[in-house]
Every structure is written in C-alpha cells, then in structure tokens.
Design a binder for this molecule. Structure first.
Ligand code: SF4
Length: 232
C-alpha cells in the first residue's frame, strides 16, 4: 500500500523557474547508495503511524495546490510500489492539480516508468544514472556496484536501468533530466562515460534531455533531503 512521509517540502531549486512541492514515498528502496540522504528516515525505518496514506497525501496536495506549480514525487524508490496504486494515485493528482508532475527514480522499474509516460500521468522524470551501467559488468565490476549503489545488480536489473534511461530520453519531456552524483569514490572517467552515453542516446532519438553532474554532499553535512515539514 502506498505510504508517504508526512513532511512535504516546498522547493525553489529542484526545477529552475518553478515552485515545486517535493513529496517522498515511504516504501523503502531497492538500493543502498553511498551517502544516501534519505536512508535514516525513509529506508532504515518502516512507515509508522505518522505516515500518510495516498488519500491523505492527495488531500494535502489538493488543499495546497495554489502554492506550487510542480509536484516532485521522490522516495526511497516510488516505483517499487504496485503499478495500479501508482497509476491510481497519479490519476487523482492529475485531476486535482494542473502543474507539472515529475517522478524521481533510480531506473529499476522501466515498465512502470513507460506506463506512466505513455498514459501521460507524468510530465517528466529525473532519473539517476549513478554509474556507466552500459560499461560495467555485474560480475567483473561487482566491487564498483557494491561501493556506489550498495548492491550488485542482476543482469536483468542492469538492463532495466539502461532501458529506463533510454525511455526517459526517448520521451524527451521538457522537465526531464538524467543526473549523477559526483561520488568521491569515482574518477572523472566514469562521469564522462555516462555523459557520453546520454549524449549518444539524445542523438539517436533526436532528444535534448539534459545531463547533470551534481556535487556530492555527505549526509551529515546536508539536510536529510531538506527538512521535513512544509518548509522552504
Ligand atoms: S536510490 Fe536514492 S533513495 Fe535509494 S538508496 Fe539510492 S540515493 Fe537512497
């Protein structure tokens, strides 16, 4: 069942030029990334009585919809949830809110992602490409995977992550982006390989989805994906 962290955050910098409402699904994550800012609150801890149901989250969104023009749905990994529950929630969001709806994902669930794009339930995706998956073999490069995403993907998971990146680039949503954290454990070569891959996919599909290499902020110096509560 969908659950959401009770703190919703109004943010001015996740989508340039827009005021966004950032919400977090509270259903865990299939990765354990190095330096994850959400681990303590959203992954290590199971949803408790403070969690919001989908209906309660919808009511909050409806009652504050005039205060923002984009909704960002983050996690954990939101797309771990049941596909029909995700679709139903986003249908209800669409009926109550006219602004852009963006999903944040680690890319492990390409079929759900394609469904949301095809059904026009979302306007765009911020997808993490944390490593040059196209060049890293799960067996031979297991140590790099383990160090960065906290798990060694199966071949299927690796394929899924690449499929998701391609789906986002093919869709070419105006608010979409592919992004990587500049993990201090990695040399620049890794980031150049990801950038080149995104560039090549953009060329192949005639798309212009931007690639962002974001600075690494250790969790103890960063706010836990910003404060929880309706804050700015
Ligand atoms: S995918 Fe995101 S939420 Fe999940 S562990 Fe990695 S950084 Fe944290």
């Amino acid at each position: 069942m969908l659950a959401f962290y009770p703190g919703f955050v109004r943010t001015f910098d996740d989508l340039p030029g827009r005021v966004s409402l950032l919400i977090h699904s509270w259903n865990g994550c299939n990765m354990r990334c190095f330096g994850c800012h959400n681990y303590d609150k959203l992954i290590a801890v199971k949803p408790d009585a403070s969690r919001l149901t989908a209906a309660q989250a919808m009511e909050r969104i409806r009652s504050t919809a005039g205060l923002f023009d984009a909704l960002l749905v983050s996690g954990g990994e939101f797309l771990m949830n049941n596909a029909s529950e995700i679709a139903d929630f986003l249908h209800r969001v669409r009926s109550a809110f006219d602004g852009a709806v963006i999903v944040y994902t680690n890319g492990s669930y390409p079929r759900k992602l394609r469904m949301l794009l095809e059904w026009k339930l979302i306007d765009g995706v911020h997808i993490d490409m944390k490593l040059p998956y196209h060049l890293l073999d799960p067996d031979e490069d297991s140590d790099v995977y383990e160090a960065i995403i906290g798990t060694v993907p199966t071949r299927k998971m690796r394929r899924d992550m690449l499929e998701s990146v391609e789906a986002v680039i093919r869709h070419n949503g105006a608010a979409s982006q592919v992004r990587t954290v500049r993990y201090p454990l990695l040399s620049d070569e890794y980031f150049e390989q990801i950038r080149a891959y995104v560039h090549e996919l953009n060329d192949r599909h005639g798309s212009s989805v931007p690639y962002f290499l974001n600075p690494y902020h250790p969790p103890h110096t960063a706010q836990m994906h910003r404060p929880y509560g309706m804050e700015e």
